[in-house]
Design a protein around this ligand. Structure first.
Ligand code: SF4
Ligand code: SF4
Length: 183
């Protein structure tokens, strides 16, 4: 019967010589491939000593921002939680009491605000939904851990930190935001 294509290959049952029976040619061929990889650029890096440069659009761990006076911007409106496709955000709202104006910018604030980093897909929709510019995704990577509970981030890890003198340790704008503005 005629073959359908001319790509067929006829097998020749030639007896193997001594070197072939000892697998020498294929071992040498394999070693040559391995040696070739020694001189190529490595795909791996020595993390954590060496860190990869992220793309300008990288989205990392969330930050809950303070205003210029140090008051929390979040007003517990819930829009971020509503827009979250992973249902990763939960919060409990509370009413600001007299004398707390320097702590919370609006009359309503988030007494509890949690993001489950195991659910989060770092899509950034919470950042886009927020009407108060209270939440944004920073350049920091999410920290790995051995238990699930410690990956539910509360306000202690999300709100922009302040030093003992009351100065805000401002978390800089993410490279992504600068990149979008420059376009
Ligand atoms: S980044 Fe996306 S998935 Fe993560 S909390 Fe925000 S909206 Fe939800
Ligand atoms: S972070 Fe923004 S969107 Fe989310 S509850 Fe606070 S103010 Fe509303």
């Amino acid at each position: 019967m005629e073959p359908l294509t001319n790509r067929s290959k006829k097998l020749v049952h030639k007896p193997m010589n001594l070197a072939e029976r000892a697998y020498l040619p294929v071992i040498v061929h394999g070693m040559a491939i391995t040696m070739g990889h020694f001189f190529r650029k490595k795909a791996t890096i020595q993390y954590p000593e060496v860190k990869r440069e992220f793309a300008p659009v990288y989205r990392g761990v969330h930050i809950l921002k303070r205003d210029e006076n140090g008051a929390e911007r979040c007003t517990a409106c819930g829009l971020c939680a509503l827009s979250c496709p992973a249902e990763a955000i939960t919060m409990t709202a509370a009413e600001r009491k007299p004398g707390e104006e320097l702590l919370y910018r609006e009359e309503k604030y988030a007494a509890v605000y949690e993001i489950n980093m195991l659910r989060c897909i770092f899509c950034g929709l919470c950042e886009e939904a927020c009407p108060k510019e209270a939440i944004f995704l920073s350049d920091s990577i999410a920290i790995a851990n051995y238990d699930r509970e410690s990956l539910v981030y509360g306000k202690d890890r999300l709100v922009e930190p302040m030093d003992p003198k009351g100065h805000i340790n401002t978390v800089e704008e993410a490279e992504r935001q600068k990149w979008f503005k420059s376009r």
